[in-house]
Design a protein around this ligand. Structure first.
Ligand SMILES: [Zn+2]
Length: 247
């Protein structure tokens, strides 16, 4: 009787450890997370929460984007910038090889670093990792220059993040269709070396994030007209996506 009890106990243990192994095997994570603390240090609970968000996001993204590289370096720092429009977190994809993503979290966000992490870190990781899956990085970008190319690559990342995190940011919202159509024409007639800062972030005429917002509009229009989802669209070149959107 005793041996049967021991046997069934061992069996339960075996089942539990098998389940655990199975889930680890199917969703591996390899991100290397580092904290840049030259100015402001993170607290231990903040680091724990950040690691959890990044690794959980990576698992989800790997199941969606098979071209995501391994061993992504994610370096995070605390800044005192006003990032309220993007949930307190921003980032950029610095290089494809090695894969490096730099993330800034604002201590000025209402509720501080912890609240910003909860609000927008997942959203930002989905955005930046989409860039890595396509090779859209600042230093070793595999696409040509130009705002029209940037709008498509940013639009894909914005829509991917919106679709799979369920969160959208005010800063990336497209204007109404009639205006968005004008912005598309404007972007497509710009010279190849048009000012990136002006067209992607702050235009001297007062408009904000024209490239991102037009990109969001273009991707959603291409999806509606082609019947493809954002993952399928992500396999296409900017030229092909413009055609699908009717341009
Ligand atoms: Zn981006």
């Amino acid at each position: 009787m005793k041996s049967i009890k021991i046997l069934s106990f061992l069996l339960v243990l075996l089942v539990i450890s098998n389940c655990k192994n199975t889930s680890d095997d199917t969703e591996p994570t390899s991100s290397i997370i580092t904290f840049k603390e030259d100015t402001t240090p993170f607290t231990a609970p903040q680091k724990e929460m950040i690691r959890e968000v990044v690794l959980e996001s990576e698992k989800e993204i790997r199941s969606l984007l098979p071209t995501l590289p391994d061993s992504i370096n994610v370096s995070l720092e605390i800044v005192d910038w006003d990032l309220d429009q993007v949930g307190g977190v921003t980032g950029r994809t610095e290089t494809n090889s090695p894969p490096v993503v730099l993330i800034q979290i604002s201590e000025k966000f209402p509720g501080g670093v912890t609240q910003a992490t909860q609000t927008a870190l997942k959203h930002t990781i989905f955005h930046e990792f989409h860039h890595l899956s396509r090779g859209w990085a600042i230093q070793d970008n595999v696409y040509g220059p130009g705002i029209s190319v940037a709008a498509i690559n940013e639009g894909l990342a914005v829509v991917f993040s919106e679709e799979y995190t369920g969160e959208s940011m005010e800063a990336d919202t497209p204007p109404e269709a009639a205006i968005a159509e004008q912005w598309v024409e404007e972007i497509r007639s710009l010279p190849i070396n048009a000012n990136y800062q002006h067209w992607m972030f702050q235009h001297p005429d007062g408009r904000l994030a024209v490239g991102y917002r037009t990109g969001n509009y273009l991707i959603r229009k291409a999806m509606a007209k082609s019947g493809k989802d954002v993952l399928e669209l992500s396999e296409h070149t900017p030229d092909e996506i413009y055609k699908m959107a009717g341009f």
